[in-house]
Design a protein around this ligand. Structure first.
Ligand code: NAI
Length: 304
């Protein structure tokens, strides 16, 4: 037990204490969202450095929000006070809900879920932020799989409005309802999707990238022409190649490959050699300075 206090904005919600597992890109963002909404958050990572980085990065993000006049220093303190950084899974034992955002590996996730279930109360909801694994298989590691649900945030979690909530075939109606309500209370838009590869967004997006890559490979148009066409006529904020460079060609390629395999090699999701070679060559996009375009300090410099 701790004496951690939080100012609950939404006293009706039954979810006040939230445990986050994994303090990387997603876990630290989700912690910020829950803490901003007034939950008492415990952020756990095995790696002490990840916890320190998460803390330092939140400090920077909140300082920037003050500069922009979006929050005041009292609000900054409130959000920071709502997060405790913990280094054992057992520290999450008093959680009403836990959200896991560790490495995308089924066996590791299952092990962590089993251990976690031995610490938390019977009522605690156990969620995963997985992008590509089946919630049914993760849930199967629990004695009480009805309490398991997918809660899939997008990166960066504090900025992206949409959250997909995914009931597994084992998930109870009650757990789905409370999970969706909680995410809405946190200011997000919920889309409930079935437990299938890529859920909604990562599946719909596959042909967007894939068809653009095929148009390029068939010599119909170059990257820049395709991007320009989609932005000026399609109304997209970024063209498919700009977006792949933004996400990272390694990450984006792997998601496509996973969805392709998971749909029993349905050719609609077939990955493209062009992107595979880009990933292999280290032409990852914005983060490596070169992808379909060239970047300096994260800015596109090749004139388009
Ligand atoms: P990340 O690599 O940034 O962070 C993962 C963290 O988990 C690391 O700090 C690591 O130390 C920690 N960790 C690993 N094993 C652990 C264990 N057994 N116990 C405790 N901590 C452990 O990863 P990222 O990008 O945040 O992804 C996390 C999850 O979220 C994955 O399942 C991923 O598929 C999913 N996801 C990722 C998105 C993205 O754009 N990066 C978007 C939506 C979902």
């Amino acid at each position: 037990e701790t004496n951690q206090k939080s100012k609950i904005k939404n006293p009706q919600s039954s979810i006040n204490r939230v445990g986050i597992i994994g303090a990387g890109t997603m876990g630290s963002g989700i912690a910020q969202v829950a803490a901003t909404a007034g939950c008492a958050v415990k952020l756990f990572d095995l790696n002490q450095e990840a916890l320190e980085n998460a803390k330092a990065s939140l400090e920077k993000i909140l300082a920037r929000l003050i500069e922009k006049g979006r929050i005041d220093s009292e609000e900054k303190n409130r959000i920071q006070d709502n997060i405790q950084y913990v280094s054992t899974l057992k520290d999450l034992s008093d959680s009403d809900m836990t959200i896991e955002a560790i490495v995308e590996n089924l066996e590791i996730k299952k092990k962590v879920f089993q251990e976690l279930e031995s610490y938390v109360s019977n009522e605690c909801i156990i969620a995963s932020n997985t992008s590509s694994l089946s919630i049914a298989s993760i849930a199967s590691s629990l004695k009480n799989p009805e309490r398991c649900v997918g809660i899939h945030f997008f990166n960066p979690a504090p900025l992206m409005k949409l959250v997909e909530v995914i009931p597994a075939i084992q998930t109870s109606e009650e757990v789905l309802k409370i999970s969706a309500e909680t995410i809405r209370d946190w200011g997000k838009t919920v889309a409930i999707a079935k437990d299938t590869p890529g859920f909604i967004v990562n599946r719909v997006a596959r042909p967007f990238y894939g068809e653009a890559l095929r148009i390029y490979e068939e010599g119909i148009a170059d990257f820049h022409t395709i991007d320009t066409a989609m932005k000026s006529k399609g109304g997209f904020r970024m063209g498919p190649f700009e977006l792949m460079d933004f996400i990272g060609n390694d990450v984006n390629y792997t998601v496509t490959e996973t969805v392709f395999e998971a749909f029993y090699y349905d050719p609609r999701y077939k990955p493209a050699f062009t992107q595979k070679r880009f990933a292999e060559a280290g032409y990852l996009g914005r983060k490596s300075g070169k992808g379909y375009y060239t970047y300096e300090n994260g800015q596109k410099i090749d004139g388009h």
